[in-house]
Ligand binder design. Structure first.
Ligand code: HXC
Length: 258
């Protein structure tokens, strides 16, 4: 790990932390940063010692969007042939819970990256927006879909059609933020969330994430059946027995994550 890495990786027990590090460009997501995020999250997802992934930026910016200067001269044909941005779908396949710790700007692709995480902890300095319309384009990394599912049609349309930035308080009010904290407590709170998740039984947290995400993809009946089947399956692992025995014996459970 070097301080000039565009994505800095560190560990806190079972929590892996990815810090975006392109301060001069407000963490704009160029191909190199996107590639690193995809590559590192996929690797961390395979690591049994990792129970949660925390993604963060700087005090000034979580990420100010896709790199406008890099994308400006791209041709439609080149993007279509390369299916540009489709690599982001790899983040959807990350089964390990992901927590975003957002301070400052989370715009365009930055807001979309936060929304690909499972829990969003925001500092009171955070500003969210989908300003692509001002550039003559639209969100391209899931904004029109994930934001609408998160906050409903009318708030999503307001943000996407006007490009208006919303502050952290409004983001929390409309359901785009899980927890809102004073800026100086951001990392402490986000780490607390990530540590809490990482210390629970890993099969249970993977199952919880998978089942909850189903709510956005399938009808209620299918979703309920899926949930029930995964619930049944968890009784095959040792952690269920340990968790329930610990409750009965009035002690803290010791999960073996299997
Ligand atoms: C490239 C960016 C950038 C971006 C900021 N910078 N955002 N470079 N791509 N998205 C660069 C600036 O050019 C500048 O570099 C430096 O970061 C500091 O930014 P300033 O504008 O000087 O800072 P400030 O005045 O504080 O304004 C902050 C800001 C503004 C409000 C966040 O930078 C801004 O509006 N950025 C663009 C936000 C945006 O439109 N995002 C959506 C992108 S499209 P120099 O070298 O001049 O100092 C997108 C689509 C995603 O995300 C999916 C499909 C592609």
């Amino acid at each position: 790990m070097a301080e000039d890495d565009i994505v800095i990786e560190s560990r806190d027990g079972r929590v892996a932390i990815l810090t975006l590090n392109r301060p001069k460009a407000l963490n704009a997501l160029n191909a190199a940063v996107m590639g690193e995020i995809v590559r590192r999250t996929a690797a961390l997802d395979r690591d049994p010692q990792v129970g949660a992934i925390l993604i963060t930026g700087s005090d000034k910016a979580f990420a100010a969007g896709a790199d406008i200067k890099e994308m400006e001269d791209r041709s439609a044909m080149a993007m279509m042939l390369a299916d540009w941005l489709s690599e982001w779908e790899a983040l959807e396949r990350v089964r390990t819970p992901m927590v975003a710790a957002v301070a400052g700007f989370a715009l365009g692709g930055g807001c979309e990256l936060a929304m690909m995480c499972d829990v969003i902890v925001a500092a009171d300095t955070a500003k969210f927006g989908q300003p692509e319309i001002k550039l003559g384009v639209i969100p391209g990394m899931g904004g029109s879909q994930r934001l609408t599912r998160a906050v409903g049609k009318y708030k999503a349309m307001d943000m996407i059609l006007t490009g208006r930035m919303i502050d952290a308080a409004e983001a929390e009010r409309i359901g785009l933020v899980s927890r809102l904290v004073p800026a100086e407590r951001l990392m402490e709170e986000a780490l607390d969330v990530a540590r809490t998740i990482a210390d629970f039984s890993k099969p249970a947290t993977l199952a919880a994430k998978e089942a909850t995400n189903r709510a956005f993809e399938v009808g209620l009946r299918e979703g309920l059946l899926h949930e029930r089947r995964i619930f049944h399956a968890l009784f095959a692992g040792g952690d269920q027995k340990e968790g329930m025995a610990a409750f009965r014996e009035k002690r803290k459970p010791v999960f073996r994550h299997g």
